[in-house]
Design a protein around this ligand. Structure first.
Ligand code: GLY
Length: 377
């Protein structure tokens, strides 16, 4: 097994373990290398709880279990959030994973509630779940974010676990809208697409965190690729699979030689990276390879993760796992810093890759087919 892979997993889990007993609030993004925390987990609390569950699964320490339970329980009241398109991010890595590992029924029920809350935000005229409600006095309820695709697996999971089948219709209608409007000819995706809130007519592509409306914000490409690959896996849709392949082709064409995405693929000459886009994209490529059996997808994921291990690990005196992430460059937030979602998908992708390699070794073959079925949690 590659030493960079095992070393990367060990480094990541040790970082989580070192932070597990410090209590406090949810790590979100860093400023000058130090975590800024949030008391309720804003949209990212599920990733910290998820890192604790993944690390507990790896090392089975009481401290990791206690922290995973504590942070998951702090998120449970958020299951009824009425305006929050990120409920999948909040509840899949935390409550669903915690339920799978402990069997705690409260986590299962909270995940079902979160799925219903997410589906309850669906705009039937437009066929989408909006990204935001109001920012101050500005109405963003007609803006649909590409990130939402990565939240929809929560709805499919819920239907598979007894929720109303109408939730699947929400998944199908939202994804149809996103594929018709967000995805461009070259396979890349808009970060935001704006719709008329009253009748749902499409208006135009836009961005919030990218360079400009027509640019390819790199984390957005990662959310689209991973979200579509997961949805294709969970629903069997060839259309989602083909759309995920088109995003992967775009990324492969535009990724620089060092295999770490720039903050926006269209931002020529600005030397700012986003390691979190690298981690999310690599995870998406692995999920895509499980469906495509295309060696290119796995090779690219592996190259991207190796680059993160070799060039982007935060130093030992810093709490986060990955450095060189960019949260939101246009608004001056977390530029060349760390973000908790980057840390989560980095460890998740490394563990998934290790599982594939172990299965392939046991079966005595190369990584040529869909040998490993991973779980979303
Ligand atoms: N979902 C928001 C972001 O990726 O920053």
């Amino acid at each position: 097994m590659s030493s960079w892979l095992n070393d990367g997993i060990e480094a990541a889990v040790n970082k989580v373990r070192a932070q597990a007993s410090r209590g406090g609030d949810f790590p979100h993004i860093t400023e000058a290398g130090q975590w800024c925390t949030t008391p309720d987990g804003v949209w990212t609390g599920g990733f910290w709880a998820g890192l604790l569950w993944l690390s507990y699964e790896e090392q089975k320490s009481d401290a990791l279990l206690a922290a995973a339970v504590s942070f998951t329980e702090r998120l449970l009241p958020r299951a009824s959030d009425p305006v929050n398109h990120d409920l999948g991010f909040m509840f899949y890595p935390s409550a669903i994973k915690g339920w799978r590992l402990t069997g705690d029924e409260r986590y299962f029920q909270a995940a079902l509630t979160a799925a219903n809350s997410l589906a309850g935000q669906f705009n039937p005229q437009g066929g989408f779940i909006p990204g935001w409600g109001f920012f101050g006095s500005e109405d963003w309820s007609g803006s649909v974010l590409i990130d939402t695709l990565m939240n929809l697996p929560l709805l499919v999971w819920a239907v598979n676990h007894g929720a109303d089948a109408q939730l699947l219709e929400v998944v199908q209608r939202h994804t149809k809208t996103a594929l018709a409007n967000h995805q461009r000819e070259d396979g890349s995706v808009f970060h935001v697409y704006k719709f008329n809130t009253a009748d749902g007519t499409p208006i135009a592509g836009d961005t919030y965190q990218g360079l400009d409306a027509s640019s390819a914000w790199s984390r957005g490409q990662g959310w689209a690729l991973a979200g579509l690959a997961m949805l294709a896996d969970m629903t069997g849709s060839q259309e989602y699979f083909a759309a995920a392949q088109r995003v992967a082709d775009y990324v492969e064409k535009h990724l620089p030689e060092d295999r770490v995405p720039p903050w926006d693929y269209s931002a020529d000459g600005v030397p700012v990276k986003d390691s979190s886009a690298g981690a999310i994209t690599a995870y998406g490529l692995i999920r895509l390879w499980e469906l495509s059996s295309d060696a290119r997808h796995l090779a690219l994921a592996e190259a991207m993760l190796k680059a993160l291990c070799e060039d982007c690990l935060a130093s030992d005196d810093r709490a986060p796992i990955l450095a060189h992430a960019t949260a939101d460059l246009p608004h001056g937030l977390g530029i060349d810093e760390s973000v908790i979602y980057g840390d989560y998908y980095f460890l998740k992708a490394l563990l998934t890759l290790r599982g594939i390699k172990e299965q392939n070794r046991q079966r005595g073959s190369g990584a040529q087919g869909s040998l490993a079925q991973t779980s979303n949690g």
